[in-house]
Design a binder for this molecule. Sequence first.
Ligand code: 0L1
Ligand code: MG
Length: 259
Amino acid sequence: MDKTVIKDLARFLINAEVEKKEVLKLTNEHPDLTVEAGYAIQEQLVHMKLEEGYRIVGPKMGLTSQAKMKQMNVNEPIYGYIFDYMVVNGQELAISDLIHPKVEAEIAFVLGKDIEGPGITGAQVLAATDYVLPALEIIDSRYQNFQFTLPDVIADNASSSRVFFGSTIKRPDNLELDLLGVTLSINGQIKDLGAGAAVVGHPANSVAMLANMLARKGLKLKAGQIILSGGITGAVMLNVGDSVSAKFDGLGTVDFIVK
Ligand code: 0L1
Ligand code: MG
């Protein structure tokens, strides 16, 4: 794809985020957009955000559940990036800054040393992990009604928007992350629940897949990055006034209110 078109499409998606306006998916105008071109647009978008002065907190995995992969007809998750401005300090989500946010519960990993694929396994990820912590990721596709194809959502930085991190941090060897149960409640009602195994069998497998996918681009996972491994629960739509609470077995709770 032509470099100018890649730049224009990346700017189009950044503008949609900044102006909080949903847009039509890129493949309406560019029906031949490939997954590779989707990542080229994402890379350009990341480059532009870095140039604007934002910093990467870490990469994230998306579409890690069987349900989401089946829905998108893919057999591999996708990745995107969480930036510093996306991390919410405090317990309030300003919905007026967003388009149509949804929330999903995830486990985040912080590595003690770099991991470089290919061939990385979940066991190697666990051995390299300093600690894990609970997270609530807010996804906010820039596309109308969350309607997109795979290249579209990759270009849109995997719908990344905001994240709340919990304050309980633990070494992974003290936890069975695949069996770790999570409930996601809104206004006191459980909206979804799951166990870590919902994330490609084990959240560490997801981080290993991420390392191997990044290796195809000559990139690696870096020590100190906070990596979101993928949704244990489904993504639930948010409305003003919602009180959101997720309970993670052994990892405490993460709560916020939608303002
Ligand atoms: O973090 C995620 O799993 C989001 C991936 C993009 C799909 C979506 O927006 O639903
Ligand atoms: Mg997610």
